[in-house]
Design a protein around this ligand. Structure first.
Ligand code: GTB
Length: 217
């Protein structure tokens, strides 16, 4: 069944692909699954019709028939369990890939969101500069640990999986921070991932929302 996802009507990042609908678009592109996109305004996000899909009033959501999901981790897992090539068949390898999905959002992403909050929402506070130093220290620690894990490997654990979609999208949010440049192996990991045709198609589709070009399926 062709799913419908939601995305911002007005791209706050001007088409850089940083909003989380990008993760779902990318997974669907990797899966070869066509999809529809319903664009939602900031006002609509907080209205009952959207909160019925996501009680927190956020994008993205995923609808297929009677099923409505929110949370990118859950949506990516749902897609990956129904399409070959996004999770390993081996039971243990599958469990490790799912572990990396959780690690992406609960261990690596957390200080990155704190950083965005400090830079975007709290930039005028007297303590922001000091707080940024502390946050960047926590991010640096995670990036060092991640690059040590990755070593010379192409992907997080064996073959490419939804865990890489999640981790790469989390890291891309640091693109302008200068922190990624301290880890050439992570830059190479991001380049490998974003060169994938599925990423490129997903990126072009979300960019089209910003440029006003027709939304692709
Ligand atoms: N844990 C949820 C998930 O993974 O699905 C988080 C969902 C979420 O944060 N959604 C954001 C949202 O709807 C959009 S992605 N925010 C509106 C609101 O809460 O009212 C976060 C995001 C937004 C914009 C940029 N940007 O412009 O660069 C980057 C990331």
């Amino acid at each position: 069944m062709r799913p419908t996802i939601t995305a911002f009507e007005a791209s706050p990042d001007r088409g850089q692909g940083l909003a989380r609908d990008m993760r779902v678009r990318w997974a669907l592109e990797e899966a070869g699954q066509d999809y529809d996109v319903r664009l939602v305004s900031f006002r609509q996000l907080k209205e009952p019709a959207h909160r019925a899909l996501n009680p927190f009033g956020q994008i993205p959501t995923y609808e297929a028939g009677e099923l409505a999901l929110f949370e990118t981790g859950s949506i990516l897992l749902y897609i990956a369990e129904r399409h070959p090539g996004l999770l390993p068949d081996d039971d243990h390898a599958r469990a490790r890939a799912i572990t990396w999905m959780f690690a992406s959002v609960s261990t690596v992403e957390q200080p990155i969101i704190e950083r965005d909050n400090a830079v975007l929402l709290e930039r005028d506070r007297p303590w922001t500069a000091e707080r940024l130093v502390a946050i960047d220290g926590r991010i640096r620690q995670r990036l060092t640990e991640l690059s040590q894990h990755l070593g010379e490997a192409e992907w997080l654990d064996g073959a490419f999986s939804v865990a890489d979609i999640m981790m790469v999208h989390v890291l891309l949010r640091l693109a302008r921070s200068g922190l990624l440049e301290e880890h050439p192996s992570l830059l190479a990991y991001l380049a490998r991932a974003t060169e994938r045709p599925a990423y490129q198609r997903a990126f072009a589709a979300q960019l089209a929302v910003f440029t006003g070009a027709n939304e692709g399926g």
